[in-house]
Design a protein around this ligand. Structure first.
Ligand SMILES: [Ca+2]
Ligand SMILES: [Ca+2]
Ligand SMILES: [Ca+2]
Length: 489
């Protein structure tokens, strides 16, 4: 650089200083710093019902480029609260300052928020003035103060209601409808309990708005607790939090005890005994209801004394008889059904049974060895119930006719405990129609081996005097053959 150049450069210095000073007030350069702006300086919530809170938002923007930290401070009445979602703001970032007003009394409230940032040394302050008036008051009439469900049967349900009526100068909000923690699981709501529910304020001359909360108490075996509390939260300052005690007693189910399963021989009357049935609450006397729920095919057995503790049943067919007992306690609550099974097992290895479907007619069952004649001393029939078959003088291998049925349906049986070898011929005589105008009937013969039906045969018989040559049963094979099938002999 030469001297001329230096000389010319010297005067330029004061000009540069001026330019730098000017830049401080240039908006384009200012944005390199942080600067906080609020979009409002005051919030007036106006008149609000007591306890019915309202929220307004102030947006705080960092209009500079540098990050800033902000903090908020409040001075004033205790009706205002605030939250801010961001305290570190990069350039251009926006924070939301939410301010909530909740009057607790009917009076005016004021306050002020001070928002401080580090935009310049020592921070700067934005002031936001707050105002609001608690004007009207919601009021709730809640009835009743407690719910007693009385005595509810296990497995059943009791229902009660709480009525909430809006009687204040402001709309009533029901903010919470819930059961207090620890309440019995047997309590449940019926219908909607959606909240908040808004009930219009009282207006003279019109019916007050109300809501009903319906509570069900439904105890079951695994829900036997009775204590509970219904919790209501409302905007009524006198009923901001209401606890409604729930009480109940449980009528537990009685227990049906139908006795132990048993095996009996067919045609043996069975006495049942449900007298060990009981009620855990002592609600006696119990009443009894027995039902013959299952019985073997072909059985016409019926229960007698089905509404007593000790009914009886005579199994008329081999097989299982399922009897259900339900007892009812003195408060009218029935038990679960309990079943006892009676199995009718034939002690007899071979049984021949005759039944018929006519209420008057008399049929006779005959069993004969080869060469025996119907009506002879050697046959087995009602007239000769215990002929000496097989080993002479040994009664164990003799058949037994269990007795004549003179009219209506039968059954007649010939049974063997230890049948001797043989074929045996089965004959059915239609003895008398007992004067019936409609003598035709259907006769059925069943052959059982070891208690199980081996063969069933039937025939329509039209009038007394007819004889049905049923066929033969051979022991020990159990083979039953009709004459058409080559019955022997
Ligand atoms: Ca009971
Ligand atoms: Ca007969
Ligand atoms: Ca014998």
């Amino acid at each position: 650089m030469n001297r001329r150049t230096l000389r010319r450069a010297a005067p330029a210095l004061p000009l540069l200083v001026v330019l730098v000073l000017t830049a401080c007030s240039d908006p384009a350069l200012q944005k390199a710093e942080a600067r906080l702006e609020a979009d409002r300086a005051a919030i007036d919530f106006g008149e609000r019902p007591v306890l019915d809170e309202a929220t307004e938002t102030v947006l705080l923007t960092n209009v500079g480029r540098a990050p800033l930290e902000l903090s908020v401070r409040y001075e004033g009445d205790d009706a205002f609260t605030w939250t801010v979602d961001l305290t570190s703001l990069d350039g251009g970032a926006v924070a939301s300052l939410a301010v909530t007003f909740r009057a607790t009394e009917q009076k005016p409230y004021v306050g002020k928020l001070f928002v401080t940032s580090n935009e310049v040394e020592g921070g700067a302050v934005k002031e936001i003035s707050l105002a609001g008036v608690g004007s009207t008051v919601a009021s709730a009439l809640i009835e009743p103060e407690s719910l007693d469900f009385g005595r509810v049967g296990e497995g059943r349900a009791g229902v009660k209601r709480v009525k909430i009526t809006s009687v204040g100068t402001a709309d009533l909000k029901v903010k919470t409808i819930a059961f207090k923690a620890g309440s019995s699981a047997a309590y449940a709501f019926v219908g909607s309990t959606r909240t908040p529910q808004v009930l219009a304020k009282h207006v003279d001359g019109t019916p007050d708005a109300f809501a009903e909360v319906t509570v069900k108490f439904a105890p079951t075996a695994d829900k036997l607790e009775t204590a509970g509390v219904l919790v209501l939260e409302t905007t009524d300052p006198q009923h901001a939090l209401v606890e409604i005690p729930l009480t109940a007693q449980i009528n537990r189910q009685p227990v049906a005890v139908p006795g132990a399963d048993r095996q009996v021989a067919p045609l043996t009357p069975v006495s049942l005994d449900g007298s060990a049935s009981n009620d855990p609450d002592g609600d006696v006397p119990l009443t009894f209801k027995w039902t013959l729920a299952t019985q073997p095919q072909g059985s016409a057995a019926k229960l007698t004394g089905a509404d007593t503790a000790t009914p009886s049943l005579t199994p008329d067919q081999p097989g299982a008889y399922g009897l259900d007992l339900v007892v009812t306690d003195s408060a009218g609550l029935p038990s679960k059904p309990a079943r006892v099974t009676i199995v009718s097992v034939a002690a007899d290895k071979l049984v021949v049974q005759l039944i018929w479907d006519h209420p008057l007619a008399d049929l006779d069952l005959h069993l004969l060895r080869p060469g025996d004649q119907v009506g002879s001393d050697q046959e087995c029939s009602w007239e000769h119930p215990h002929p000496d078959w097989g080993v002479a003088g040994d009664t164990n291998d003799d058949p037994a006719h269990l007795g004549d049925k003179l009219s209506g349906f039968g059954p007649e049986y010939v049974v063997f405990e230890e049948p001797p070898e043989g074929p045996y011929r089965i004959v059915v005589d239609y003895v008398s129609s007992q004067g019936s105008a409609t003598p035709a009937l259907r006769a059925t013969v069943r052959v059982y081996m070891y208690g199980a039906i081996q063969r069933e045969l039937d025939l329509t018989m039209n009038a007394a005097g007819e004889s049905w040559d049923v066929g033969t049963v051979t022991w020990p094979t159990g083979l039953v053959q009709t004459p058409a099938e080559g019955a022997t002999p």
